[in-house]
Ligand binder design. Structure first.
Ligand code: IMP
Length: 426
């Protein structure tokens, strides 16, 4: 198969980076379709930790063309920092980077509005965003007032007037938030200089990828965040502002969705969530703490401790169906080795004991009571082990039988090579 996708099936942080990295080794193109610098893809290469935010994980290999599609919101400053960090370790990416001219820009005022958001009572419940300007940038896009990458070619006076209009509109909001707002000239200078540096990367990426597919090149689409953070199908309003399920890959890259031949879903062996929102299987006590410590569950983007809990099969079944998942990659099974009181959620009930199905509606999901199966645990294995203990196999088979999709890849440690392949592998 030449055209594949990898998406997250929970609330992000499933370990997609490692799986994408595996496929990227043999891909010609690796494509990001949505989200922005809110993402944090961690890949361990020869014991060295590499974190990407905007660049597709293909950047960690020397050859694939790395594409940032039209559906991404682009923070040029963050992108340049990432490129420079990779350069410093000998991975040259700028020459093989292609950025859509249609992608919207995340500007300094978006980040300020985002960080001030939860201070305004009129904004409703706090979300706990990453503060990377994602919501405000997508808001401008949908209101049809955003600046796009291609606008940077239109000359300084056009960019100045577009920017000025936005700053004038948003200055009173930033004032109400008690935030200091950025200077027009400083923002303009920054934007034009970064735009100038990256100018050779700005192209029609939709055409590029369609041609790549037409001519039989290997193309890998890389999802960011996870299905349950999807703006439409996730646990709204505790979601990100883009289509983070596989449904967003076509629109975010400019290819017909049916050209994607295989969709791999990534699921962590337990569940985590950063920020606010419903989490039926959350463990607030010792079990949660032990998963967090052992799984090193701290955000790659913000460093925040992640909320931790048991694997939620009804939620996973929903994500598998919504995305049309062909196969699963199960990550971090090693973290469950030696875990006391191992459980897996196989249904929900209400206060009266009536079984209820999974729903992404947050106010309903907040109230459900998980139904658990106790699982037989297994002793802690050596990190990166190439054998799966009996208990782990039973755990994996329970997942497969519940969601009806094979687990083809099992992560047993953080490094690139720490994995066991099943059913013929990836
Ligand atoms: P935003 O995407 O920064 O607007 O944040 C909205 C919600 O999505 C918050 O709960 C974030 O913690 C969460 N979120 C955004 N990006 C990621 C990610 O890459 N991994 C996990 N959670 C994320």
């Amino acid at each position: 198969m030449k055209v594949r996708a990898v998406v997250g099936l929970q609330w992000g942080d499933e370990g997609k980076g490692k799986v994408v990295d595996h496929y990227a080794a043999s891909a010609d193109f690796v494509v990001r379709c949505q989200g922005g610098a809110n993402a944090g893809h961690t890949v361990w290469v020869d014991g060295r930790k590499m974190v990407g935010h905007l660049l597709p994980s293909g950047a960690f290999h020397p050859d694939p063309i790395c594409v940032i599609g039209a559906g991404v919101v682009l923070d040029l400053e963050s992108l340049c920092e990432e490129i420079d960090a990779l350069n410093a370790v000998g991975l040259e990416v700028e020459k093989r980077l292609r950025v859509s001219r249609l992608a919207h820009l995340v500007l300094p005022y978006h980040k300020i509005l985002d960080r001030g958001r939860d201070r305004l009572p009129s904004m409703g419940l706090p979300i706990g965003t990453t503060g990377r300007g994602i919501g405000p940038a997508y808001s401008d896009k949908m209101r049809r007032v955003g600046l796009r990458v291609g606008d940077l070619d239109r000359g300084e006076s056009v960019v100045r007037s577009l920017l000025q209009a936005r700053l004038e509109e948003m200055a009173p909001v930033m004032e109400r938030q008690g935030m200091e707002y950025p200077d027009l000239e400083a923002t303009l200078d920054l934007l034009l200089s970064l735009g100038n540096r990256l100018q050779p990367c700005f192209v029609d990426t939709g055409h590029l990828i369609r041609e790549a597919i037409r001519t039989g090149r290997r193309v890998l689409f890389e999802g960011a965040q996870g299905t349950l953070l999807d703006i439409d199908h996730g646990t709204y309003p505790f979601v990100t502002s883009s289509t983070s399920s596989a449904l967003g890959l076509g629109p975010g890259s400019g290819v017909p969705s049916r050209s994607i031949e295989h969709i791999l879903g990534v699921v962590k062996a337990y569940a985590t969530r950063v920020g606010e929102g419903p989490f039926p299987t959350e463990e607030k006590g010792a079990h949660g703490e032990s998963l967090r410590e052992k799984g090193k569950e701290f955000g790659a983007t913000t460093g925040r401790p992640r909320r931790c809990g048991w694997l939620d099969l009804p939620a996973l079944g929903y994500s598998v169906a919504l995305n049309g998942i062909d196969a699963l990659a199960l990550t971090k099974i090693d973290v469950l080795g030696g875990q006391e009181g191992l459980k897996i959620c196989v249904g929900y009930e209400d206060m009266s004991g009536n079984e209820i199905p999974f729903t992404p509606e947050s106010h309903v999901l907040e109230e459900v009571i998980p139904i658990y199966e106790e699982m037989v645990g297994w002793p802690e294995q050596e990190v990166g082990s190439s054998e799966l203990p009996e208990g782990a196999l039973r755990y994996i088979e329970r997942i497969e039988s519940f969601v009806g999709v094979p687990v083809v890849f099992v992560g047993t440690g953080p490094d690139r090579n720490h994995s066991v392949l099943r059913h013929g592998g990836l």
